[in-house]
Design a protein around this ligand. Structure first.
Ligand SMILES: *[C@@H]1O[C@H](CO)[C@@H](O)[C@H](O)[C@H]1NC(C)=O
Ligand SMILES: *[C@@H]1O[C@H](CO)[C@@H](O)[C@H](O)[C@H]1NC(C)=O
Ligand SMILES: *[C@@H]1O[C@H](CO)[C@@H](O)[C@H](O)[C@H]1NC(C)=O
Ligand SMILES: *[C@@H]1O[C@H](CO)[C@@H](O)[C@H](O)[C@H]1NC(C)=O
Ligand SMILES: *[C@@H]1O[C@H](CO)[C@@H](O)[C@H](O)[C@H]1NC(C)=O
Ligand SMILES: *[C@@H]1O[C@H](CO)[C@@H](O)[C@H](O)[C@H]1NC(C)=O
Ligand SMILES: *[C@@H]1O[C@H](CO)[C@@H](O)[C@H](O)[C@H]1NC(C)=O
Length: 540
């Protein structure tokens, strides 16, 4: 057999190695990827629910079993913590850690479609190799020349070394990043168990000339009488302290409260931006490989990749490019309802700003929480946005606008002209996982009902994405919290006829910095992806 070696264009490098621990699923619907390395894990069945002040409605036996299975399947490896106070010295130091490209089955020769494996060895601040795992690794990659990027998968060997596996799609250079050492994750974990109320909220109560504000939360310490606002249909919990002189019914407005930081001595050393939080790990040798081009293997693993700045999905749908007139053409006669957090509102805002025919109808509502509405009267297009129910870090929402996504879906007729877009993750990060699982279970039940009565309805779900991290951002919404929720979301919607926008990979694989609100080039790719589900390429 003759292998043709095609000389790569100069300066083109593989920056392709994106390491992370999320099980990958296909783009089209929530199906598990076959053929992907399994993340070895030990089961941590310690629920993060603090029973002393988090009280939830009982689950059906089926949902309770699912909750158990999901918690087990997403559990982070249990790594023994050294006794005594945290010692930064003994935690992973990106500056002392490195990675090496393994020679592969062709002895260091590569073709498009090959799996490239990288071995990462972590070491502590004294340069001693780590003997235990549990670090959160990620890598950002891109080939700047080709504007190409792709995500890989990380396997934690639980002995201080990690593998990352990539589909080779083009040539370039690899970058690996430590997001958090294991010890930082154990701090985040403890915070959720001990202080699920570290982000707090308030409500204003008013009747006649009396007004009062009290504290509200998902988990509220029972030190005073409570108002119980648990949603009777979805079961989603929400509580406020009862005002002294007013009834629970007098609640009118939701107010963002604040945040209580309660780290122990030295713990903040585990969250240092240029030291051990989102810091690159360098290659011990070359970080790139030369490709022998030509192979018909379909790459598996990632849900897509960037090439020339455009997102190419690897399954499900061919991502088309929509200019403004094509967007209007695609949405003609359609109703698009978007529900969720500000990362969903970004999509609404993008359409509003991009498509001249879409005019905002002023509902005199909060710009943060909505409801918001844009209309193209001539083309019969309606796009709406509404935030999800509490917990919400937005300020000054009339409590009458608190709507749970599941209840909103139950109010839709649905049909072939209806598109439903859902994204809920970033406001839920600091609360027990059970809260998130239950929220998604109730949304899933409503999606099932919607698709039963109106099978033509298109449902699109957005995953979480990595963001820029400071100490505050980390304690209140670390990528680690987002990663766990991302896994849960994929597990809950697995096998459903729901389309996925893999915001996690689309943000990781892009050369732009991680951001809670990804920048316009990424948003544009996401919008093109959604529109490609709504208006797939016509056959022939
Ligand atoms: C790989 O990187 C080295 C140095 O970092 C560079 O000299 C070399 O040209 C690169 N090779 C390819 C194929 O990009
Ligand atoms: C709140 O109300 C729900 C629904 O009625 C109930 O199941 C739950 O036990 C109540 N919680 C508390 C703390 O009273
Ligand atoms: C860690 O485990 C992996 C997988 O079993 C193995 O390849 C590697 O050599 C081990 N590393 C050390 C330092 O023992
Ligand atoms: C529950 O929270 C309290 C108060 O923050 C804390 O003392 C206790 O350790 C927590 N329980 C668990 C199981 O973490
Ligand atoms: C409640 O009403 C009593 C009697 O009118 C008043 O003294 C007290 O200040 C009020 N408390 C609050 C919190 O408004
Ligand atoms: C990479 O890390 C290993 C294990 O800590 C170490 O032995 C080796 O010297 C490092 N290589 C470089 C180039 O730093
Ligand atoms: C927009 O794209 C369509 C094809 O999708 C093309 O026919 C049309 O010319 C484009 N319009 C502009 C203004 O680029």
């Amino acid at each position: 057999m003759l292998t043709v070696v095609i000389k790569p264009p100069k300066n083109i490098q593989i920056m392709a190695l994106l390491l992370y621990l999320v099980p990958l699923f296909s783009v089209h619907t929530f199906q598990p990827k076959v053929n992907s390395p399994i993340f070895t894990q030990r089961v941590s069945s310690d629920p993060d629910v603090n029973r002393s002040f988090c009280t939830f409605q009982p689950l059906s036996p089926q949902d309770a079993l699912e909750e158990r299975l999901i918690l087990d399947s997403t559990a982070w490896p249990e790594t023994p913590l050294l006794p005594g106070p945290i010692s930064l010295e003994q935690t992973s130091d990106p500056a002392h850690s490195n990675f090496t490209i393994l020679p592969g089955r062709r002895g260091g020769q590569w073709r498009v479609g090959d799996q490239l494996e990288v071995m990462i060895q972590t070491s502590d601040f004294k340069g001693r190799p780590k003997k235990s795992g549990g670090d959160f690794l990620l890598a950002r990659l891109h080939n700047r020349m080709l504007e190409a990027g792709v995500a890989g998968q990380v396997v934690d060997h639980l002995n201080g070394s990690y593998s990352a596996v990539f589909s080779l799609l083009w040539e370039g250079d690899a970058q690996v990043m430590l997001v958090h050492p294991f010890e930082a994750i154990s701090v985040l974990d403890r915070l959720t168990r001990e202080q699920p109320d570290r982000i707090y909220f308030k409500s204003l109560f008013r009747s006649g000339s009396l007004s009062e504000a009290t504290m509200c939360n998902v988990c509220l310490r029972p030190t005073q009488p409570l108002c119980n606002y648990t949603d009777l249909r979805t079961g989603d919990p929400w509580f406020c302290y009862k005002p002294k002189n007013l009834s629970c019914d007098a609640r009118i407005q939701h107010i963002r409260g604040g945040y209580i930081q309660n780290l122990k001595a030295k713990e903040e050393t585990l969250f240092q931006s240029r030291v051990n939080m989102k810091v690159s790990i360098r290659a011990s040798g070359p970080s790139n490989v030369t490709l022998k081009v030509k192979s018909n293997t379909v790459p598996s693993g990632p849900s897509g990749y960037y090439y020339q700045g455009l997102w190419r999905a690897l399954s499900g749908t061919t991502v088309r490019q929509f200019n403004t007139s094509a967007i209007t053409e695609c949405l003609k006669g359609k109703v698009v309802h978007m529900y969720g957090d500000s990362t969903i509102r970004q999509w609404f805002e993008f359409l509003k700003a991009t498509v001249p025919g879409l005019k905002e109808f002023d509902l005199h509502s909060s710009k943060q929480s909505g409801p918001l509405m844009v209309l193209d009267y001539a083309n019969n297009i309606l796009v709406t946005f509404r935030c999800h129910g509490p917990p919400l870090r937005f300020s000054n929402i009339p409590t009458r606008e608190f709507r749970y996504i599941a209840n909103e879906l139950d109010g839709l007729v649905g049909g072939i002209n209806s598109v439903v877009v859902i994204g809920i993750w970033s406001h839920l990060g600091t609360f027990p996982m059970a809260i998130y699982i239950r929220r998604l279970q109730s949304i899933r039940r409503a999606v099932v009902r919607l698709l039963d009565r109106a099978p033509g309805t298109l449902v699109v779900m957005r995953t979480a994405n990595p963001k820029a991290l400071t100490l505050y951002e980390t304690i209140t919404n670390s990528d680690w919290f987002s990663l766990q929720r991302d896994k849960v979301l994929r597990a809950v919607f697995k096998g459903m006829n729901v389309h996925l926008i893999d915001a996690w990979e689309m943000t990781l694989a892009h050369h732009l910095p991680h951001s809670l609100h990804p920048q316009p080039p990424i948003i544009k790719n996401m919008i093109n992806h959604i529109l490609s589900y709504i208006c797939p390429q016509k056959a022939g």
